[in-house]
Design a protein around this ligand. Structure first.
Ligand code: GRF
Length: 206
């Protein structure tokens, strides 16, 4: 069966290295997808520069007055922009805000996130620091569908890395990011190939 070409809308706040890994996978022929638009809630986020270099439509999304969520008028604008660009899948790539039910309802089972920890351990901010401070011996990343909770949605794939005795938050995060850059394109490829199905909250891979 030919893979569906995913029409991605990317939301980010920072460096955009995960988006870059998705672009690289597309370029390498590993993922049938096109990034249609990139939105960032931080005006000078590097993710916007990465989009500009590739001539991908991109813009700053003013999310005021909210600081930690995408809500209200900004959310409506976001949905409208994603629709105008024909997106069918929303990729949260380092987007530091909680998304709310209206966005999820606009793209049912088509909003994905990457989290820098092995969920359900260490949800929320700085998952790698939480793992280190807790004393976990294994850390990693999780790609999951987004639901109305914080990092609670159905898990698609997880990649693990060891926590080393001399790790700092920075070295552990760097090791996790190497896996993130494999896991996100891989999860999107499974989605594009129609290989993901749900049983309850469990995601099965065919
Ligand atoms: C990643 O560690 C991701 O797991 C987390 O935020 C970071 C984003 O990095 N949600 P980047 O902007 O993709 O480089």
């Amino acid at each position: 069966m030919a893979a569906e070409v995913l029409r991605l809308g990317v939301l980010g706040s920072g460096a955009g290295s995960n988006m870059q890994s998705i672009l690289d996978a597309i370029d390498a022929g590993m993922l049938r997808a096109e990034i249609k638009v990139v939105l960032a809630d931080v005006k000078d986020a590097k993710i916007l520069d990465r989009a500009r270099v590739r001539n991908i439509p991109c813009q700053w999304l003013d999310c005021a007055p909210y600081k930690t969520k995408l809500d209200g008028e900004a959310e409506q604008r976001c949905i409208q922009i994603l629709r105008e660009h024909g997106c069918d899948t929303v990729v949260l790539a380092g987007f530091m805000r909680i998304v709310k039910p209206p966005l999820l309802a606009a793209f049912p089972n088509r909003v994905l996130n990457i989290h820098p920890a092995l969920l359900p351990s260490f949800p929320g901010l700085h998952g790698w620091t939480q793992a280190l401070e807790y004393g976990a011996k294994v850390a990693g990343c999780t790609v999951h569908f987004v639901d109305a909770g914080t990092d609670t949605g159905p898990i698609i794939i997880q990649h693990a890395v060891p926590v080393l005795d001399d790790d700092t938050p920075e070295t552990l995060h760097a090791r996790i990011q190497v896996e993130e850059h494999k896991a996100y394109p891989e999860a999107l490829r499974l989605l594009s190939e129609g290989r993901l199905s749900f049983r309850g909250r469990r995601v099965y891979i065919q």
